[in-house]
Design a protein around this ligand. Structure first.
Ligand code: 4NP
Length: 150
């Protein structure tokens, strides 16, 4: 079974959204995959996702309410086969904790799943308006479809 970890900064906007979308795709399509999410920071540990992210996801029938934030840890490199980061800053933070090339090779930008080789980032919606959350939903959903059905 493939095990996938979604990573952002706070684990309250982008990566829990990716986790929730994956959980829905996995359940609805009986996919043999496990998913989790984490943040590189400890800013929001044990918190539920941001209310704006929860509300936007709910519009698309994705339930994020049960999720709780946790911080990325070095042992995640062993537990997961693939580690998808949302932006280059998350990438640098995660790679800084890797101790070997096999661990580094597990890390990629999430949007490379939908846009191979383009190194596009999922922008942080935290400090922006409502449209930012919808834009993030659309790009994360598309990438997750590629991860789920690859
Ligand atoms: P996320 O968004 O990394 O997508 O969860 C953020 C959430 C909180 C903060 C930054 C980004 N913050 O600075 O508290």
């Amino acid at each position: 079974m493939q095990k996938v970890l979604m990573v952002c900064l706070g684990n309250i906007c982008r990566s829990p959204l990716a986790e929730g979308i994956m959980l829905k795709l996995i359940k609805e399509n009986n996919i043999n995959m496990r998913v989790d999410s984490a943040g590189t920071s400890n800013y929001h540990v044990d918190e539920a996702p941001d209310n704006r992210t929860i509300a936007n996801a709910a519009k698309h029938d994705v339930d994020l309410k049960p999720l709780r934030a946790r911080q990325f840890k070095v042992s995640d490199f062993e537990k997961f086969d693939k580690i998808y980061v949302m932006d280059n800053s998350n990438m640098a933070n995660v790679l800084a904790l890797a101790t070997n090339d096999a661990h580094k090779a597990k890390v990629d930008l999430l949007l490379n799943a939908s846009n191979p080789g383009m190194n596009l980032e999922v922008p942080d919606p935290y400090f922006g308006g409502e449209q930012g959350f919808e834009d993030v939903f659309q790009m994360v959903y598309k990438a997750c479809q590629h991860v789920a059905f690859a």
